[in-house]
Design a protein around this ligand. Structure first.
Ligand code: URA
Length: 434
């Protein structure tokens, strides 16, 4: 097969056959197709798209490019969850221990911060001593004995995605629905769960800016999941403002702990519980979403969710006392209150910019080799629609030095639009799909 012919085919808006997609993915994973030809194909796909069948085929070839985790040694239905990425999106730290405390076996592979979005692995590693590098055998054993393990993704899982993702990152081909769907679903399918719950973010802090785009991404991922024989469900949730109020690695651990203690009833809790109840239904633990929500709320009230989080931290070498004494997570040397200069209502928040401000403070990486400042971050004091007056604090910033705080404060101010009339309230959960 000549790969140039395949590039031309896609450039001319023709469908790729199964064996052609297999040739492409194999060549990418094994390094037999040069990067410039892969990049040309990615651009052709980005511009001309793939239909659902081509996307499902790309997904299954990418899944098959590496090992597929065999979770059959874990008793019960294994349900995975994936968010397409957002800001103050700490749902995993809440729903993983909560659902595990209700008997759902939770084995979760997570990623690191990506661009302006946070990563569960970095958040967990902000807990002193916490180990996230587990072998598959260690994780399976831990789930069988204690019901929960959270770990980083092993390198042999969907290696074709690594090659394609790195090239997409530097060739302007990240924002493509079939490529995002195949990238996410190949990793989820290789991680071996029986069912998958997807949280597709939509809005200014998400890859998908409009409900239409988010719906198309969700439907594409659902089709790929179903083709692979997995029960798959998706929620489309709002990312037009940070989901929680705490942004930054150790700060997000604190917010998760507060929610598990029943002290915080916010949007982060609502989305976490909605996703968690879907997991319980797909896992055969709750008969429907309503029962799932009741069970999750009960395990917040009786403290079992928090206890499971504590157990997870201990099992993986971390200091569980951080959940009761937040000072053990450390603190930043510098802080700054961002004050508002106008009066009116917060009518829009450019959440991408808020994520960028958090990276400037040290929460994420600007290059692969950057180290993370775990205590850096933002505590948002206002939400969309809130009335504001000059001098009001919209956020508290934390960083290692005051220069970073000042730079982030400017970005924060430019992220807000203040108007004289309050904005229309938009729903937090836009769609539920199965
Ligand atoms: N997350 C992924 O894993 N892949 C994408 O393409 C986008 C977000």
């Amino acid at each position: 097969m000549n790969f140039v012919d395949l590039i031309i085919k896609k450039r001319n808006r023709q469908r790729l056959e199964e064996k052609e997609i297999e040739f492409f993915v194999n060549g990418a994973a094994k390094g037999t197709i040069p990067d410039y030809q892969i990049a040309a194909m990615l651009m052709a796909i980005c511009i001309n798209g793939l239909d659902n069948e081509e996307t499902a085929c790309l997904t299954s070839e990418m899944t098959a490019s590496g090992k597929i985790l065999d979770l059959s040694r874990i008793r019960g239905i294994k349900v995975d969850k994936h968010s397409t990425g957002g800001v103050a999106d700490t749902t995993t730290l809440i729903l993983a221990p909560l659902t595990a405390s209700l008997g759902l076996p939770v084995i979760k592979m997570c990623g690191r911060s990506l661009g302006h979005t946070g990563g569960t692995l970095d958040k967990l590693e902000s807990i002193p001593g916490m180990k996230t590098r587990l072998t598959a055998d260690e994780a399976i054993e831990q789930v069988n004995s204690k019901g929960i393990a959270i770990m980083g993704q092993t390198a042999d899982l969907a290696p074709a995605d690594k090659v394609l993702y790195e090239l997409r990152d530097v060739t302007g081909t990240v924002e493509s629905i079939p490529l995002i769907a195949a990238s996410i679903m190949s990793k989820k399918l290789a991680a071996g769960a029986d069912a998958i719950v997807l949280d597709v973010k939509c809005g200014s802090g998400a890859f998908m800016k409009t409900p239409e785009e988010a719906l198309r991404l969700a439907e594409t991922m659902l089709a790929a999941g179903k083709k692979a024989g997995k029960k798959t469900a998706a929620l489309i949730t709002d990312m037009n403002q940070p989901l929680g109020s705490f942004i930054g690695n150790s700060l997000e651990v604190i917010e998760a702990a507060e929610i598990l203690k029943g002290r915080n009833d916010n949007d982060l809790k609502t989305v976490s519980l909605a996703l968690g109840s879907k997991m319980l239904v797909l896992g055969g633990i709750a008969k429907d979403g309503k029962e799932g929500l009741e069970m999750l709320n009960e395990n917040i009230e009786n403290g079992r969710g928090l206890k499971k989080f504590e157990e997870l931290i201990s099992l993986q070498g971390g200091n569980p006392d951080v959940l009761y004494d937040y000072e053990l997570l450390g603190s930043s040397l510098s802080s700054l209150s961002v004050k508002i200069r106008q009066s009116g209502f917060i009518s829009s928040i450019d959440t991408y910019k808020i994520g960028k401000a958090s990276v400037v403070l040290g929460c994420g990486r600007l290059s692969k080799t950057d180290t993370i400042d775990y205590t850096a971050g933002i505590i948002m004091k206002k939400r969309l629609g809130d009335p504001v007056n000059p001098g009001d604090t919209i956020a508290e910033l934390f960083a290692a030095d005051s220069e970073k705080c000042r730079e982030a404060a400017e970005i924060m101010r430019s992220a807000l639009t203040i108007t004289t009339a309050p904005p229309k309230k938009s729903p937090l959960i836009l769609y539920e799909l199965e």
